[in-house]
Design a protein around this ligand. Structure first.
Ligand code: TRP
Length: 460
């Protein structure tokens, strides 16, 4: 991934094109598929009333998320630096000043915030690997499993421990720069995760709640929507695709010039969406079959899937495997959350990769303690959006990511000259380029702005 610093329009990759194209696809898929799909999507759908949220989320994914992902990769490939440096370089190149660096700064800050709580939830996943392996879900009913979860997250030392373990592993991988091997694992991990979800789907279909689950997920009741819910659906579209903070921009820096940004983005977006919908199709039938509450919140997945594993033949093994795969998926996402900050710290403060990773990791870990406490000591806090976890998630997902995405879209659609962008995005497929340009210039920025204004009540 070394790169000589020339502007790159005619540069070809030094690594052999096919293999680095594949590595890139795996890296972006690894960043996109994670807790967002399996933990966050179902509980957000549950808390926000079901189908209508899903419809808005899907519209945002394809109308806002997809074009912005293409833009981000494109900017990354042109800048070939960490996101902050890339925005500085491209701003200078296209308009002669550096103010666009703000988009990069917002991104680094968002990644920082997200990883602080992401690591805590990934820690829960790690702990559940061991619970499943110890057969803790067998012969336990919904109440038992829910009590187990409450006792678990209510103990800040226990979940603090698992947060520490996860953060240490993440720092280790980023410090050694050994992402490559891990990204290869995505090739096995994502299909295996899909397979296990299909197995669980079989269980969900026979659970007795399948029709209720389907209806909840796909029968929209738009009267349930309000500005805040629409904003959450949009924020989640950014979160699940990993766009709006420079993750895919950082990866785009290593993309060979002849790789089709359009095709790669479309494939990643479709795969990410399928996994999320599949997770929903598994979770909600089990919720309704057991008369549980879909609006349970962040604990939803950790209380529903163990029920299925407790009753499935071989559930101990499948459960262990499932939470293990999910932990790996979380790790590849966590790496992508940390990489932009670490790359920026290395370049700005002239630290070694190892030192940078440890320093950044330690600060994120420290911030994560506030999320650890959000499920016990600070559980009843009602500051602004609630607990520190609620506030970090809200600020990052609903404000910083859409804001970062908006800036990327405006830059790619309005500031960058069309010669540069058509140069990057397959000129052979002219109508796709025109569609991208329309979405990026008008639709995505307008949508983000309208949702923002709506959420703060301007239209009431
Ligand atoms: N998309 C990942 C998930 O769904 C999380 C993630 C990784 C992310 N990189 C990101 C979210 C960058 C926002 C921005 O689990």
């Amino acid at each position: 991934m070394a790169n000589s610093g020339v502007t790159n329009s005619q540069r070809s990759s030094l690594h052999g094109n096919w293999s680095s194209k594949l590595a890139f696809i795996l890296a972006v898929t690894g960043a996109a598929v994670g807790l967002g799909n399996i933990w966050k999507f179902p509980y957000m759908v549950g808390m926000n009333g079901g189908g209508a949220f899903v419809v808005i989320y899907l519209v945002c994914v394809f109308v806002i998320g997809l074009p912005i992902m293409m833009s981000e990769i494109m900017l990354g490939r042109r800048g070939r630096r960490n996101p902050i440096a890339t925005m500085r370089i491209l701003g200078k190149e296209e308009v002669g000043h550096e103010k666009w660096v703000l988009a990069g700064i917002i991104g680094v800050f968002a990644g920082f915030l997200i990883l602080s709580f992401y690591s805590v939830i990934a820690g829960w996943t790690l702990a559940y690997v061991f619970k499943a392996a110890a057969n803790a879900f067998a012969n336990t009913d919904a109440t038992g499993i829910s009590n187990m979860f409450d006792a678990f997250v209510g103990n800040p030392f226990v979940i603090g421990f698992w947060h520490t373990v996860f953060m240490t592993v993440t720092v280790f991988v980023v410090a050694l720069g050994v992402e490559q091997g891990l990204e290869k694992a995505v090739q096995i991990m994502v299909p295996a995760l899909l397979l296990l979800l299909l197995l669980l789907l079989g269980y969900a279909i026979n659970s007795g709640g399948f029709m209720d689950g389907l209806r909840f997920l796909f029968q929209p009741d738009f009267s349930k929507l309000n500005g805040e819910i629409v904003l959450s659906a949009m924020g989640h579209a950014f979160f699940t695709l990993s766009v709006g903070m420079g993750s895919v921009m950082a990866y785009g820096a290593y993309l060979p010039q002849d790789a089709s940004i359009v095709r790669i983005s479309a494939a990643v977006v479709v795969a990410d969406t399928l996994i999320a919908l599949l997770a929903g199709l598994v979770i909600f039938p089990i919720v309704f079959a057991n008369q549980l509450d879909p609006a349970e919140g962040p604990g939803l997945v950790f209380q529903i899937l163990p029920l299925a594993f407790g009753q499935l033949a071989g559930g101990g093994l499948f459960g262990t495997l499932f939470f293990l795969l999910l932990s790996f998926a979380a790790l590849t996402s966590a790496i992508s959350l940390m990489e932009p900050t670490v790359a920026w710290v290395i370049e700005s403060f002239r630290l070694s990769r190892k030192t940078a990773a440890i320093v950044v990791g330690f600060i994120i870990w420290l911030l994560g303690i506030l999320t650890v406490l959000s499920f016990s000591t600070l559980k009843d806090m009602k500051l602004f959006k609630g607990t520190p976890f609620d506030n970090f998630d809200y600020l990052a997902s609903n404000i910083l990511l859409p804001l970062g995405g908006l800036m990327v879209a405006v830059f790619a659609g309005w500031i960058m000259c069309s010669d540069s962008s058509s140069d990057e995005l397959d000129p052979a497929e002219g109508y796709i380029y025109r569609a991208w340009r329309l979405l990026t210039r008008f639709v995505a920025p307008a949508a983000v702005l309208i949702v923002f204004l709506h959420a703060i009540g301007v239209f009431e």
